[in-house]
Design a protein around this ligand. Structure first.
Ligand code: HEC
Ligand code: HEC
Length: 292
Protein backbone atom coordinates (compact mmCIF):
# COMPACT_ATOMS: atom_id res chain seq x y z
CA UNK A 1 0.00 0.00 0.00
CA UNK A 2 2.72 2.46 1.01
CA UNK A 3 4.62 1.51 -2.12
CA UNK A 4 1.60 2.18 -4.32
CA UNK A 5 1.04 5.55 -2.68
CA UNK A 6 4.69 6.44 -3.09
CA UNK A 7 4.45 5.54 -6.76
CA UNK A 8 1.31 7.59 -7.19
CA UNK A 9 3.01 10.61 -5.65
CA UNK A 10 6.04 9.93 -7.80
CA UNK A 11 3.93 9.98 -10.95
CA UNK A 12 2.06 13.08 -9.81
CA UNK A 13 5.41 14.70 -9.10
CA UNK A 14 6.62 14.08 -12.65
CA UNK A 15 3.34 15.36 -14.13
CA UNK A 16 3.67 18.40 -11.89
CA UNK A 17 7.20 19.05 -13.08
CA UNK A 18 6.14 18.82 -16.73
CA UNK A 19 3.14 21.10 -16.12
CA UNK A 20 5.40 23.48 -14.24
CA UNK A 21 7.84 23.62 -17.08
CA UNK A 22 5.09 24.09 -19.63
CA UNK A 23 3.28 26.74 -17.60
CA UNK A 24 6.15 28.71 -16.17
CA UNK A 25 8.88 28.27 -18.79
CA UNK A 26 10.65 31.48 -19.70
CA UNK A 27 9.53 32.86 -23.08
CA UNK A 28 11.85 32.35 -26.06
CA UNK A 29 13.40 35.74 -26.66
CA UNK A 30 16.22 36.37 -29.15
CA UNK A 31 19.45 36.61 -27.15
CA UNK A 32 20.87 39.25 -29.46
CA UNK A 33 18.05 41.77 -29.05
CA UNK A 34 19.80 45.06 -28.37
CA UNK A 35 18.09 48.40 -27.92
CA UNK A 36 19.12 50.73 -30.74
CA UNK A 37 20.11 54.31 -29.88
CA UNK A 38 20.09 56.02 -33.27
CA UNK A 39 17.88 59.06 -33.69
CA UNK A 40 16.01 57.19 -36.44
CA UNK A 41 15.10 54.37 -34.08
CA UNK A 42 14.00 56.85 -31.39
CA UNK A 43 11.84 58.67 -33.93
CA UNK A 44 10.24 55.43 -35.13
CA UNK A 45 9.71 54.43 -31.49
CA UNK A 46 8.00 57.75 -30.74
CA UNK A 47 5.54 57.09 -33.56
CA UNK A 48 4.89 53.52 -32.41
CA UNK A 49 4.34 54.81 -28.87
CA UNK A 50 1.56 57.02 -30.23
CA UNK A 51 0.07 54.39 -32.53
CA UNK A 52 0.17 51.92 -29.62
CA UNK A 53 -1.82 54.22 -27.34
CA UNK A 54 0.73 53.72 -24.54
CA UNK A 55 0.19 57.16 -23.02
CA UNK A 56 -3.55 56.56 -22.44
CA UNK A 57 -2.57 54.20 -19.63
CA UNK A 58 1.02 55.13 -18.69
CA UNK A 59 0.68 58.93 -18.51
CA UNK A 60 2.11 60.53 -15.41
CA UNK A 61 0.12 62.36 -12.81
CA UNK A 62 2.10 65.60 -13.07
CA UNK A 63 3.12 65.55 -16.69
CA UNK A 64 0.62 63.81 -18.96
CA UNK A 65 3.20 63.53 -21.77
CA UNK A 66 5.74 61.51 -19.72
CA UNK A 67 4.85 57.85 -19.01
CA UNK A 68 5.76 57.86 -15.32
CA UNK A 69 2.64 55.83 -14.50
CA UNK A 70 0.21 55.70 -11.60
CA UNK A 71 -3.10 55.73 -13.48
CA UNK A 72 -5.62 53.32 -11.89
CA UNK A 73 -7.36 50.98 -14.31
CA UNK A 74 -10.56 49.64 -12.76
CA UNK A 75 -11.65 46.23 -14.03
CA UNK A 76 -13.95 43.51 -12.76
CA UNK A 77 -10.83 41.62 -11.65
CA UNK A 78 -9.48 44.45 -9.53
CA UNK A 79 -7.63 47.75 -9.88
CA UNK A 80 -4.36 47.76 -11.81
CA UNK A 81 -1.85 50.59 -11.91
CA UNK A 82 0.12 51.35 -15.03
CA UNK A 83 3.79 51.38 -13.98
CA UNK A 84 6.51 53.95 -14.57
CA UNK A 85 8.14 53.22 -17.95
CA UNK A 86 10.60 56.13 -17.96
CA UNK A 87 14.32 55.17 -17.81
CA UNK A 88 14.70 55.57 -14.04
CA UNK A 89 16.82 52.57 -12.98
CA UNK A 90 15.08 51.97 -9.63
CA UNK A 91 11.41 52.61 -10.33
CA UNK A 92 11.29 52.52 -14.15
CA UNK A 93 12.78 50.50 -17.00
CA UNK A 94 16.26 52.09 -17.11
CA UNK A 95 18.07 48.82 -16.37
CA UNK A 96 16.15 46.75 -18.96
CA UNK A 97 17.73 44.92 -21.90
CA UNK A 98 16.17 44.50 -25.34
CA UNK A 99 15.19 40.96 -24.37
CA UNK A 100 13.45 42.24 -21.24
CA UNK A 101 11.28 44.52 -23.40
CA UNK A 102 10.38 41.71 -25.80
CA UNK A 103 9.52 39.35 -22.92
CA UNK A 104 7.30 42.04 -21.31
CA UNK A 105 5.57 43.45 -24.39
CA UNK A 106 5.05 40.19 -26.31
CA UNK A 107 4.88 37.53 -23.58
CA UNK A 108 3.64 39.41 -20.52
CA UNK A 109 6.67 38.42 -18.41
CA UNK A 110 8.69 40.76 -16.22
CA UNK A 111 12.51 40.69 -16.03
CA UNK A 112 12.28 38.59 -12.82
CA UNK A 113 10.12 36.03 -14.67
CA UNK A 114 6.82 36.86 -12.98
CA UNK A 115 3.58 37.36 -14.89
CA UNK A 116 1.90 40.62 -15.78
CA UNK A 117 -1.84 40.90 -15.50
CA UNK A 118 -3.61 41.23 -18.84
CA UNK A 119 -4.77 44.74 -17.92
CA UNK A 120 -1.51 45.41 -19.81
CA UNK A 121 -2.53 44.54 -23.40
CA UNK A 122 0.51 42.31 -24.00
CA UNK A 123 -1.60 39.71 -25.80
CA UNK A 124 -2.35 42.27 -28.52
CA UNK A 125 1.28 43.41 -28.56
CA UNK A 126 2.35 39.74 -28.92
CA UNK A 127 1.96 40.17 -32.68
CA UNK A 128 4.40 43.10 -32.83
CA UNK A 129 7.62 42.77 -34.82
CA UNK A 130 10.61 42.47 -32.48
CA UNK A 131 12.20 45.43 -34.29
CA UNK A 132 9.16 47.56 -33.43
CA UNK A 133 9.42 46.59 -29.74
CA UNK A 134 13.12 47.53 -29.76
CA UNK A 135 12.36 50.89 -31.40
CA UNK A 136 9.72 51.49 -28.69
CA UNK A 137 12.39 50.68 -26.09
CA UNK A 138 14.81 53.11 -27.78
CA UNK A 139 12.19 55.85 -27.46
CA UNK A 140 11.43 55.06 -23.80
CA UNK A 141 15.17 55.11 -23.00
CA UNK A 142 15.46 58.57 -24.57
CA UNK A 143 12.87 60.10 -22.21
CA UNK A 144 13.45 62.12 -19.07
CA UNK A 145 13.73 59.80 -16.01
CA UNK A 146 11.13 60.19 -13.33
CA UNK A 147 11.42 58.48 -9.96
CA UNK A 148 7.98 57.14 -9.11
CA UNK A 149 6.84 53.72 -7.90
CA UNK A 150 3.32 52.81 -9.03
CA UNK A 151 1.18 51.01 -6.41
CA UNK A 152 0.82 47.23 -6.49
CA UNK A 153 -2.43 46.03 -8.10
CA UNK A 154 -5.44 45.55 -5.83
CA UNK A 155 -6.90 42.16 -6.72
CA UNK A 156 -9.29 39.83 -4.87
CA UNK A 157 -7.44 37.40 -2.55
CA UNK A 158 -8.04 34.43 -4.88
CA UNK A 159 -6.29 36.13 -7.80
CA UNK A 160 -2.49 35.79 -7.83
CA UNK A 161 0.09 36.66 -10.48
CA UNK A 162 1.16 33.07 -11.04
CA UNK A 163 -2.38 32.15 -12.09
CA UNK A 164 -1.93 34.26 -15.20
CA UNK A 165 0.32 31.40 -16.40
CA UNK A 166 -2.76 29.17 -16.75
CA UNK A 167 -4.85 32.04 -18.09
CA UNK A 168 -2.32 32.64 -20.88
CA UNK A 169 -2.44 28.97 -21.90
CA UNK A 170 -6.26 29.02 -21.97
CA UNK A 171 -6.22 32.24 -23.97
CA UNK A 172 -3.71 30.64 -26.41
CA UNK A 173 -6.21 27.87 -27.14
CA UNK A 174 -8.83 30.24 -28.48
CA UNK A 175 -6.53 32.77 -30.14
CA UNK A 176 -6.59 32.58 -33.95
CA UNK A 177 -3.33 32.42 -35.91
CA UNK A 178 -2.13 35.44 -37.82
CA UNK A 179 -4.40 36.11 -40.76
CA UNK A 180 -2.65 37.34 -43.90
CA UNK A 181 -4.26 39.71 -46.41
CA UNK A 182 -3.31 40.10 -50.07
CA UNK A 183 -3.93 43.84 -50.00
CA UNK A 184 -0.89 45.52 -48.40
CA UNK A 185 -2.92 48.41 -47.01
CA UNK A 186 -5.41 46.04 -45.34
CA UNK A 187 -2.49 43.99 -43.98
CA UNK A 188 -0.95 47.11 -42.41
CA UNK A 189 -4.39 48.05 -41.06
CA UNK A 190 -4.73 44.62 -39.45
CA UNK A 191 -1.35 45.10 -37.73
CA UNK A 192 -2.41 48.54 -36.47
CA UNK A 193 -5.86 47.35 -35.31
CA UNK A 194 -5.09 43.92 -33.89
CA UNK A 195 -1.63 44.55 -32.48
CA UNK A 196 -0.40 48.11 -31.96
CA UNK A 197 -3.79 49.84 -31.64
CA UNK A 198 -5.26 46.91 -29.64
CA UNK A 199 -8.81 47.88 -30.71
CA UNK A 200 -10.07 44.41 -29.73
CA UNK A 201 -9.06 44.85 -26.08
CA UNK A 202 -12.18 46.98 -25.72
CA UNK A 203 -14.33 46.08 -28.73
CA UNK A 204 -14.18 42.25 -28.64
CA UNK A 205 -16.46 40.49 -26.11
CA UNK A 206 -14.84 38.32 -23.40
CA UNK A 207 -15.92 35.21 -21.54
CA UNK A 208 -16.26 34.98 -17.76
CA UNK A 209 -12.49 34.54 -17.40
CA UNK A 210 -11.86 37.72 -19.34
CA UNK A 211 -10.57 35.84 -22.39
CA UNK A 212 -11.56 37.51 -25.69
CA UNK A 213 -14.00 35.58 -27.88
CA UNK A 214 -12.17 35.85 -31.20
CA UNK A 215 -15.01 34.14 -33.06
CA UNK A 216 -16.87 37.40 -32.38
CA UNK A 217 -14.00 39.80 -33.01
CA UNK A 218 -15.15 43.46 -32.71
CA UNK A 219 -18.76 42.41 -31.89
CA UNK A 220 -18.85 44.94 -29.02
CA UNK A 221 -18.62 44.49 -25.27
CA UNK A 222 -19.67 45.79 -21.92
CA UNK A 223 -17.00 46.88 -19.46
CA UNK A 224 -18.75 47.60 -16.16
CA UNK A 225 -21.37 50.23 -16.97
CA UNK A 226 -19.80 51.20 -20.24
CA UNK A 227 -21.28 49.85 -23.47
CA UNK A 228 -18.76 49.51 -26.25
CA UNK A 229 -20.27 49.47 -29.73
CA UNK A 230 -19.63 46.73 -32.24
CA UNK A 231 -17.22 47.68 -35.01
CA UNK A 232 -17.41 44.47 -37.04
CA UNK A 233 -18.42 44.27 -40.70
CA UNK A 234 -22.13 44.16 -39.86
CA UNK A 235 -21.98 47.18 -37.55
CA UNK A 236 -19.98 49.20 -40.06
CA UNK A 237 -21.99 48.15 -43.11
CA UNK A 238 -23.11 51.73 -43.74
CA UNK A 239 -19.70 53.31 -43.13
CA UNK A 240 -17.65 54.28 -46.18
CA UNK A 241 -13.86 54.41 -46.21
CA UNK A 242 -14.00 58.20 -45.92
CA UNK A 243 -16.47 58.02 -43.01
CA UNK A 244 -14.02 55.86 -41.11
CA UNK A 245 -11.02 58.02 -41.99
CA UNK A 246 -12.79 61.12 -40.72
CA UNK A 247 -13.87 59.29 -37.58
CA UNK A 248 -10.25 58.42 -36.78
CA UNK A 249 -9.28 62.10 -37.04
CA UNK A 250 -12.25 63.78 -35.35
CA UNK A 251 -14.31 61.10 -33.61
CA UNK A 252 -17.28 62.11 -35.75
CA UNK A 253 -19.62 59.37 -36.90
CA UNK A 254 -21.34 59.28 -40.33
CA UNK A 255 -24.50 60.85 -38.84
CA UNK A 256 -22.49 63.85 -37.57
CA UNK A 257 -22.66 62.72 -33.94
CA UNK A 258 -19.42 62.64 -31.89
CA UNK A 259 -18.19 59.57 -30.09
CA UNK A 260 -17.82 59.65 -26.30
CA UNK A 261 -16.31 57.73 -23.41
CA UNK A 262 -12.88 56.17 -23.59
CA UNK A 263 -12.95 56.34 -27.36
CA UNK A 264 -12.20 60.07 -27.10
CA UNK A 265 -8.82 59.22 -25.59
CA UNK A 266 -8.11 56.76 -28.39
CA UNK A 267 -8.95 59.42 -31.01
CA UNK A 268 -7.01 62.19 -29.28
CA UNK A 269 -3.80 60.34 -28.35
CA UNK A 270 -3.69 57.64 -30.96
CA UNK A 271 -5.66 57.61 -34.21
CA UNK A 272 -5.70 61.37 -34.92
CA UNK A 273 -1.89 61.37 -34.67
CA UNK A 274 -1.34 58.63 -37.25
CA UNK A 275 0.16 59.33 -40.67
CA UNK A 276 -2.41 59.62 -43.47
CA UNK A 277 -1.22 56.29 -44.78
CA UNK A 278 -1.73 54.47 -41.48
CA UNK A 279 -5.16 56.03 -40.99
CA UNK A 280 -6.06 54.87 -44.49
CA UNK A 281 -4.77 51.41 -43.56
CA UNK A 282 -7.09 51.23 -40.53
CA UNK A 283 -10.02 52.46 -42.61
CA UNK A 284 -9.22 49.88 -45.30
CA UNK A 285 -9.02 47.08 -42.73
CA UNK A 286 -12.29 47.94 -40.99
CA UNK A 287 -14.41 48.79 -44.02
CA UNK A 288 -12.57 46.40 -46.40
CA UNK A 289 -12.78 49.19 -48.97
CA UNK A 290 -9.99 51.25 -50.41
CA UNK A 291 -9.88 55.01 -50.74
CA UNK A 292 -12.51 56.40 -53.06
C1 HEC B 1 -4.76 49.50 -21.32
C2 HEC B 1 -3.67 50.09 -20.56
C3 HEC B 1 -2.25 49.92 -21.08
C4 HEC B 1 -1.76 50.23 -22.33
C5 HEC B 1 -2.53 50.77 -23.53
C6 HEC B 1 -0.35 49.97 -22.28
N1 HEC B 1 0.01 49.51 -21.05
FE1 HEC B 1 1.88 49.00 -20.44
N2 HEC B 1 1.12 48.28 -18.72
C7 HEC B 1 -0.17 48.44 -18.27
C8 HEC B 1 -0.33 47.84 -16.95
C9 HEC B 1 -1.60 47.82 -16.12
C10 HEC B 1 0.92 47.27 -16.63
C11 HEC B 1 1.28 46.51 -15.35
C12 HEC B 1 0.60 45.16 -15.32
C13 HEC B 1 0.81 44.45 -14.00
O1 HEC B 1 0.95 45.10 -12.96
O2 HEC B 1 0.83 43.21 -14.01
C14 HEC B 1 1.82 47.59 -17.75
C15 HEC B 1 3.16 47.24 -17.82
C16 HEC B 1 4.04 47.66 -18.80
C17 HEC B 1 5.45 47.39 -18.79
C18 HEC B 1 6.22 46.68 -17.68
C19 HEC B 1 6.79 47.73 -16.75
C20 HEC B 1 7.40 47.22 -15.47
O3 HEC B 1 7.89 48.06 -14.70
O4 HEC B 1 7.39 46.03 -15.19
C21 HEC B 1 5.98 47.96 -19.92
C22 HEC B 1 7.43 47.98 -20.37
C23 HEC B 1 4.88 48.56 -20.64
N3 HEC B 1 3.71 48.36 -19.94
C24 HEC B 1 5.02 49.24 -21.83
C25 HEC B 1 3.94 49.66 -22.61
C26 HEC B 1 4.06 50.21 -23.94
C27 HEC B 1 5.37 50.47 -24.68
C28 HEC B 1 2.79 50.45 -24.38
C29 HEC B 1 2.34 50.93 -25.73
C30 HEC B 1 2.80 50.17 -26.90
C31 HEC B 1 1.89 50.07 -23.30
N4 HEC B 1 2.61 49.60 -22.24
C32 HEC B 1 0.50 50.19 -23.35
C33 HEC B 1 -1.19 49.06 -18.96
C34 HEC B 1 -1.13 49.48 -20.28
C1 HEC C 1 -10.05 51.85 -24.16
C2 HEC C 1 -11.11 51.16 -24.88
C3 HEC C 1 -11.18 51.33 -26.39
C4 HEC C 1 -10.19 51.09 -27.33
C5 HEC C 1 -8.76 50.62 -27.10
C6 HEC C 1 -10.80 51.35 -28.62
N1 HEC C 1 -12.10 51.76 -28.47
FE1 HEC C 1 -13.38 52.30 -29.97
N2 HEC C 1 -14.82 52.75 -28.61
C7 HEC C 1 -14.69 52.60 -27.24
C8 HEC C 1 -15.91 53.05 -26.59
C9 HEC C 1 -16.17 53.06 -25.09
C10 HEC C 1 -16.79 53.45 -27.63
C11 HEC C 1 -18.19 54.00 -27.48
C12 HEC C 1 -18.09 55.42 -27.07
C13 HEC C 1 -19.45 56.09 -26.94
O1 HEC C 1 -20.19 55.72 -26.03
O2 HEC C 1 -19.73 56.99 -27.73
C14 HEC C 1 -16.06 53.25 -28.88
C15 HEC C 1 -16.58 53.55 -30.13
C16 HEC C 1 -15.93 53.31 -31.35
C17 HEC C 1 -16.50 53.52 -32.65
C18 HEC C 1 -17.91 54.08 -32.94
C19 HEC C 1 -18.86 52.95 -33.16
C20 HEC C 1 -20.27 53.43 -33.38
O3 HEC C 1 -20.95 52.84 -34.20
O4 HEC C 1 -20.70 54.37 -32.71
C21 HEC C 1 -15.56 53.14 -33.59
C22 HEC C 1 -15.70 53.17 -35.09
C23 HEC C 1 -14.40 52.70 -32.83
N3 HEC C 1 -14.66 52.83 -31.49
C24 HEC C 1 -13.23 52.26 -33.42
C25 HEC C 1 -12.08 51.90 -32.71
C26 HEC C 1 -10.82 51.55 -33.32
C27 HEC C 1 -10.55 51.53 -34.81
C28 HEC C 1 -9.95 51.26 -32.31
C29 HEC C 1 -8.47 50.90 -32.40
C30 HEC C 1 -7.61 51.88 -33.06
C31 HEC C 1 -10.68 51.44 -31.06
N4 HEC C 1 -11.96 51.81 -31.34
C32 HEC C 1 -10.12 51.22 -29.82
C33 HEC C 1 -13.58 52.13 -26.56
C34 HEC C 1 -12.36 51.77 -27.12
Amino acid sequence: MMKKLAMLFGVLGVIGLIANFWLFAAPAVPATATIPDSSDAIERGAYLFTAGGCISCHRGEDDAAIPSGGLALETEFGTFYAPNITPDTDTGVGAWSGGDFIAAMKHGRSPDGSFYYPAFPYRSYAGLEDSDVLDLAAYLMSLESVSYQAPEPETPAWLQRWMVAGWNKLADLSQPGTEQFDDELVQRGAYLARNLGHCGECHTPRNGLGIPDWSREYAGAEIGEEVIEAIDAEALAEWTFNNFDLFLILGMKPGGEFVGGDMNEVIEHNTSQLTDEDRDALAAFFTRHSAE
